[in-house]
Design a protein around this ligand. Structure first.
Ligand SMILES: *[C@@H]1O[C@H](CO)[C@@H](O)[C@H](O)[C@H]1NC(C)=O
Ligand SMILES: *[C@@H]1O[C@H](CO)[C@@H](O)[C@H](O)[C@H]1NC(C)=O
Ligand SMILES: *[C@@H]1O[C@H](CO)[C@@H](O)[C@H](O)[C@H]1NC(C)=O
Ligand SMILES: [Cu+2]
Length: 658
């Protein structure tokens, strides 16, 4: 490099930077700083306090992104940041900052119900208040616990029908270390500390009952703390790629095999997959599949009515920030040896960019599976053809308190996009008198997992926003059911019955609200009615659901009113750039007036339009002893699979380059 003339060096540098920038790239550290500066300058009074609760890329208009895609040399879409800030601890402001040089700012006060995502700083401050509160010290003393081993955390209080404005309140709950790092297995029950976040003061304190704190023994999950006997054991294993990976990463754009997509990041959503297109070998061109896909909300209501538990109904994206709780991935453990890592940036309460190294890993997966095969024995000589299934995985793990969610977006050469979430981490357990199942009298809200430990029943619902654009924006949602046909005329056939597929196209939103568990329909396809295959089928992508569940709470339960977007596993809405968050923009203390369920009441037309698929997967979790002290991964997911999209098997001619 030292032999290159300086100007050439700068030229190369500029080229590589300009190549990497994309209208959907997440905000860069410099852009976060520009936002911080612009917002501070906007409230010129140095006495104004500003707390940044959300900073992210303001979505450029879809039409502008698409025309940029088709004409990359044309003017790029506007680059702006969207900010939600609390000003002077009293008002919520929605701001946009133009990032293209002039830092032009717009500012609007939000007065509706609900509050923005909590900041880490205020949550820590609330917990610190509790630990310094004299009545709390007395409660700790009464229980014979060591103050220095207590760790407190704050939780949103939800909404239970209260009217009026209210204030930003959290409840602080504490756990105990003293001999373990698995603090969630050692809850200090019976105490509720209520904190007003804006005034940052304790407004309520109650010590209701002394409940035994489960013992530390057996709770630690660190390898170094385990005692023999050990096992099971396997030999070391890895995928080796002698010629290196077959993907290219250019900024946030990833190209691999027949796929081309953009990987973004947002403090609220975590990973965002955009502009996923697949190369059609026969047509010799890229064809669009998914404009954008991300986790819109993650709803985890607990089924425990105990005073310290009834309000625990977490919305991990809207209340806490699914992206800002991303964990740095450990090479060789969280991801295989052939993985490449990417960092992410999110803001702290003061607007400073925080770097998270290894937020994503990207790797090619070969798990020994078969992409397709056939053995033909009826031929004069036996013919066997097999293709190995190698796919590309993008992974991010979000550790929201006790749970770790492993988010995988897997791209297959066959055209499928497989989305998986793996649940692991530790349970949130309740301390209890019980040391044995036989002692339970009345309602326990979950099974006994260990001495003094109840695994509280709960749900996990993940709602994905999937803006499919199958070969263009204008799509329809088609659902087919299989109907049994009775054969009435015995001269037609010796058979008495058969089944056939009956296809129906959803006209409006109400035709596309589907509860998969109870549905007679089995096939759900996004089709482009304007694009046909050579033999006349509409090109499409089919939703292949994984395990699904429906909420079991009653519709009039306040918890379910706020989480009403889980009512159906499938919803289809017309594309609307402001409908991104299934549980609403302001989820802390939300009242259910800005949810997918509410928007959909409009019963808008969805045929041959730009439409969005919302898919909710769920798990009813009755904990079991194997979930203690750390839970083996439980996975759920779904697949988006080409359906008459290609003229024939798109991997017929797939090959491995040597
Ligand atoms: C915030 O409060 C300070 C001190 O009371 C005041 O000077 C300032 O104008 C307020 N800022 C806004 C934006 O209301
Ligand atoms: C049954 O099918 C035969 C042959 O197709 C036809 O001739 C006959 O009329 C049919 N009978 C009835 C009752 O429809
Ligand atoms: C887009 O969604 C918002 C929020 O649901 C709604 O207020 C607005 O009317 C919608 N716009 C269109 C064009 O439907
Ligand atoms: Cu669970």
């Amino acid at each position: 490099m030292s032999k290159l003339p300086a100007f050439l060096f700068y030229f190369l540098l500029t080229i590589s930077i300009s190549l990497s920038s994309h209208p959907l790239d997440p905000l860069t550290p410099a852009e976060f700083t520009a936002v911080q500066t612009a917002v501070r300058a906007h409230y010129s009074s140095s006495h104004t306090s500003i707390a940044f609760h959300y900073i992210g890329l303001k979505d450029p208009p879809k039409s502008a992104v698409l025309s940029h895609l088709h004409h990359p040399s044309a003017v790029p879409p506007p680059r702006r940041a969207f900010i939600i800030a609390r000003v002077n601890h009293s008002t919520t402001h929605e701001l946009t900052v133009d990032l293209t040089g002039n830092n032009k700012i717009s500012d609007q006060v939000y007065t509706g119900p609900g509050y923005p995502i909590f900041t880490t700083k205020e949550q820590l401050a609330a917990s610190a208040l509790a630990v310094g509160h004299p009545p709390f010290l007395e409660s700790v003393r009464k229980r014979g616990l060591k103050l220095g081993e207590i760790v407190c955390q704050s939780y949103g209080i939800g909404w239970f029908g209260e009217q009026g404005k209210g204030s930003r309140i959290v409840k602080v709950m504490c756990n105990y270390l003293d001999g373990t790092v698995n603090l969630y297995m050692r809850p200090v029950e019976g105490i509720t500390v209520t904190v007003d976040l804006d005034r940052m003061e304790i407004i309520g304190y109650r010590d209701r009952a002394i409940v035994p704190v489960p013992k530390a023994d057996g709770t630690d999950f660190r390898g170094s703390k385990q005692r023999p006997p050990f096992g099971p054991s396997v030999n070391d294993i890895d995928v080796v790629q002698p010629n290196g990976p077959s993907f290219q990463i250019d900024g946030h754009r990833i190209r691999w095999a027949n796929w081309d997509f953009h990987l973004g990041f947002d403090m609220r959503a975590g990973p965002i997959i955009s502009l996923a297109s697949i190369f059609d070998v026969q047509k010799q061109k890229f064809r669009r599949v998914l404009y954008r896909g991300f986790v819109s909300e993650l709803f985890v209501p607990y089924m425990d009515l105990t005073e310290e538990w009834y309000y625990r109904t977490y919305f991990d994206a809207g209340e806490y920030g699914y992206g800002s709780y991303a964990s740095s991935l450990l090479p060789g453990a969280d991801c295989p040896a052939n993985a490449v890592f990417m960092e992410a940036y999110f803001p702290d309460e003061d607007g400073n960019p925080q770097q998270l190294p290894n937020a994503f890993c990207i790797f090619e997966r070969y798990a020994g599976d078969i992409m397709w095969r056939h053995t033909e024995t009826a031929t004069p000589e036996v013919v066997t053809e097999v293709r190995r299934d190698v796919s590309l995985v993008v992974r991010m793990v979000s550790t929201v308190g006790n749970y770790d969610y492993i988010n995988d977006w897997e791209f297959k050469q066959s055209g499928s996009i497989k989305v998986t979430v793996g649940l692991t981490g530790v349970l949130e357990v309740r301390g209890s008198e019980y040391t044995h199942k036989d002692q339970i009298h009345g309602e326990s809200y979950g099974p006994v997992l260990a001495e003094n430990t109840i695994g509280s029943n709960h749900d996990h619902f993940l709602t994905y926003h999937l803006d499919l654009d199958v070969d263009g924006e204008q799509n329809s949602f088609s659902k087919s059911k299989l109907e049994t046909v009775r054969v009435l005329n015995s001269t037609t056939s010796p058979r008495k019955s058969y089944w056939r597929a009956v296809v129906e196209t959803a006209k409006t939103e109400s035709d596309a609200k589907i509860n998969l568990a109870g549905s007679e329909q089995i096939d759900f396809t996004f089709v482009n009615p304007n694009k046909k295959t050579d033999v006349g089928n509409s090109v499409g992508y089919r939703l292949v659901p994984g395990s699904v569940v429906s909420p079991l709470l009653s519709d009039d339960d306040y918890v379910q009113i706020r989480g009403a977007f889980t009512k159906y596993n499938v919803w289809v809405t017309p594309y609307n750039e402001s409908e991104k968050w299934a549980g609403g923009v302001y989820v802390d203390q939300s009242r259910g007036d800005d949810t997918l369920a509410k928007w959909s009441l409009g019963d808008r037309e969805i045929e041959n339009r730009d439409i969005v698929l919302w898919y909710t997967l769920g798990i009813h979790h009755v904990p079991c002893q194997e979930d203690f002290p750390v839970m083996p991964t439980l996975s759920s997911g779904f697949e988006l699979r080409p359906n008459n999209f290609f003229e024939r098997n798109p991997v017929l001619k797939a090959f491995v380059s040597l």
